[in-house]
Design a protein around this ligand. Structure first.
Ligand SMILES: C[S@@+](CC[C@H](N)C(=O)[O-])C[C@H]1O[C@@H](n2cnc3c(N)ncnc32)[C@H](O)[C@@H]1O
Length: 278
């Protein structure tokens, strides 16, 4: 017996008992299969799914049951005002990372020359390019597929003022100077139990794991960034919710000034900033 939309929604959420967001997951997957907007749930709840739609819905539910993130199943994720393509070569952009953009927008200065290290989908670089159309933004990533994805997202979002390159952190950069260097680098310790739980199991270690209890990339970036910062320029890095004190201490030790941390959506210290002395 073919399912109608409202029955499919109920069936779908019942198939996902291990997801904290079962109803939302089922809704997003169903709308994807229907190739329709959310309105259809209210305007045509009795519309019957075609055989193809029902088959595709069941296949996606099966993959979600095994833990695959909804964003990878749909191939897209919203970030800031942008719709980004996502792929298993890099991280799915998180809402918490938008807190870094909020912080930049709260400052009295406007960055003009921005570098995003470990750009992944291009999330931070493209959001900043979108917010500061007069700025020039460079995004780099070690993973070639991530660079291609960021370039694709630039085109999809019709953004002109961003460029993406493959680079091991700063290695491919010429002797340029930036007034804002932003990064959401890998910062999870390789023994962290969360790596074997939930959606994160499907994301690549190259986007998540760093040596030295998760601090290696944060410290490397903080150490090298000074060569690429203008006097008075800002370094802004996302990190784990228990890493703020160590990152602050490291930045102060390296000579950064006006060092501080900001909060994520759950009110935890999740990013730290410092300014290169004038
Ligand atoms: C946590 S993800 C962040 C992705 C994106 N900026 C975001 O916020 O959604 C870290 C990114 O750093 C990249 N990465 C890891 N090591 C790197 C390196 N040595 N040089 C440049 N990028 C690197 C990974 O490929 C990954 O895309």
């Amino acid at each position: 017996m073919p399912l109608a939309i409202q029955q499919a929604l109920k069936f779908g959420s019942e198939q996902l008992p291990h997801s904290d967001t079962a109803e939302l997951d089922a809704e997003l997957l169903l709308l994807f299969c229907l190739d329709a907007s959310r309105n259809i749930l209210f305007t045509h709840p009795d519309q019957v799914l075609s055989v193809e739609q029902e088959g595709q819905f069941n296949a996606l539910l099966n993959r979600r049951q095994k833990g695959e993130p909804v964003a990878y199943l749909l191939g897209t994720q919203g970030f800031w005002d942008l719709e980004l393509s996502v792929a298993p070569h890099t991280l799915i952009p998180r809402g918490d990372t938008e807190s870094l953009i909020d912080w930049v927008l709260e400052q009295s200065w406007q960055p003009k020359h921005i570098l995003d290290l470990g750009t992944g989908t291009g999330a931070l670089a493209l959001a900043l390019a979108h917010e500061f159309p007069a700025a020039h933004v460079i995004g780099v990533d070690l993973v070639k597929e991530a660079v291609l994805l960021a370039q694709k997202n630039k085109t999809l979002n019709n953004i002109q003022n961003a460029q993406f390159y493959q680079s091991d952190w700063f290695s491919a950069l010429a002797s340029e100077e930036f007034d804002l260097i932003i990064s959401n680098p890998p910062y999870i310790d390789e023994d962290d139990v969360h790596l074997s739980e939930g959606d994160v199991r499907f994301e690549p270690a190259s986007a998540l794991v760093a040596k030295e209890n998760g601090f290696a990339d944060l410290f490397h970036i903080a150490n090298s960034a000074q060569t690429y910062l203008q006097a008075g320029g800002c370094l802004l890095m996302e990190h784990g919710w228990q890493q703020a004190k160590q990152v602050q201490a490291y930045l102060i030790q390296q000579g950064y000034e006006k060092v501080g941390s900001g909060l994520d959506l759950a009110g935890r210290e999740r990013f730290t900033f410092g300014f290169y002395p004038k």
